[in-house]
Design a protein around this ligand. Sequence first.
Ligand code: GLU
Length: 434
Amino acid sequence: MIRTRFAPSPTGHVHIGNMRAAIYNWLFARSTGGAFLLRVEDTDRERSTPEAVETVIEAMNWLGLQPDEDPVYQSQRRDAHLAAAEDLLSRGLAYKEDKGNTGRGEAVVFRMPGRDMKFEDGVKGGLKKKSKHLQDFVIVRSDGSPVFHLANVVDDIHMGITHVIRGDDHVENSFRHIALYQALNAEAPHFAHLPMIVNAQGKPYSKRDGAAFVGDFREKGYLPEALFNYLVLLGWSPGDDREVMEREEMVRCFTLDRVQSSAAQFDWKKFEWMNGEHLRRLPREVHRQKYTEAIPAAATNPDYLDAVIHVMEERIKKWDDIAPMAGFFFTEDYEYDPKAVEKRLHAPQALELLVELRTAFSDLSDFTAESTEQALRDLAEARAVKPAELIHPVRIAVSGIPQGPSLFHMLQVLGRERVLNRMQITLLKFSPPQ
Ligand code: GLU
């Protein structure tokens, strides 16, 4: 049976690159009927605080990556690591040495087999290394603490791991790890090393490129299903042009051999788009709840709220967009964007045109997206101006902001009374004193 694991070293933050490794391990296990495990590599006492461990577990829960067995804590397995080192020493596969002659005691050094090595990486293909580049290495420090390589391999053997899917910063380590498996008479797992996530400049993706830690995405109001979907597609594809996918769909078609070996570029625009797509798939009830959390006044009129949700659907890419982008629907006290006022309301004739448009709107027999559009276009033609010279000012007048949903649908949702009133207030506010 296939057994995979996520083996993070808790630092207090979970980088999306690590989380992508967790997701691939989870998907691979799910798609093959195997088990997905968690091993917390918490041997660095200073960084691996209980809070740092909790951050990892929270991030996994948020993304729906529950392990199938109790987590293994590496710090509790020290005796097993040291026993393995003793075993290697007793069989002459390791030796003691005062590295650098520090006089601070002897480290345990693993003896590399002294031959060229190769292995088949699930993502990178065949990898090899000459024996002269494979030096002996420390497995237990002179202070008696086991080194990462030893602990990692001993624990993977203990957990029965069959596939190690991890970041390609560990590719070079794999030669050492395979030698350790052999020395410990264990079958080496299959390795698959994932390429790094990079920014638009091709540099390692970091905090400076926007959110880089799972917690940041959560705080900014993005959806776990969107981050999951996006990270899966960052370096993997289903083999056709599907992009927005449900988790079960990804489980059905995930295979390691379609993971790309080249670096994967995080594209914020695309991620935001994907988040918006996942938002739209959520039940209306969730949207209602998020709107009323963001804008308490939204709770007062359910039909109006539904109409707003509908018209804003294309625009809202994350929950945090609701307050700044849809707030104006629910208050007469909305703010005017100063740049937009300058550009659109202080444009020549803008206010005169608004006065006329207001009259045309009040004369309409019914106030719909179609009728308001027709009235606006008729007026533009009559005054020989471009429709945009009316469209922009009226948008600023009724919402205060230069971007939003389709103007005429927005007018219909706001309704005639609000629209006429807002146009009137705007005219009073921005007309030069007589
Ligand atoms: N703790 C290591 C890391 O986070 C684990 C590497 C591995 O998956 O083997 O990089």
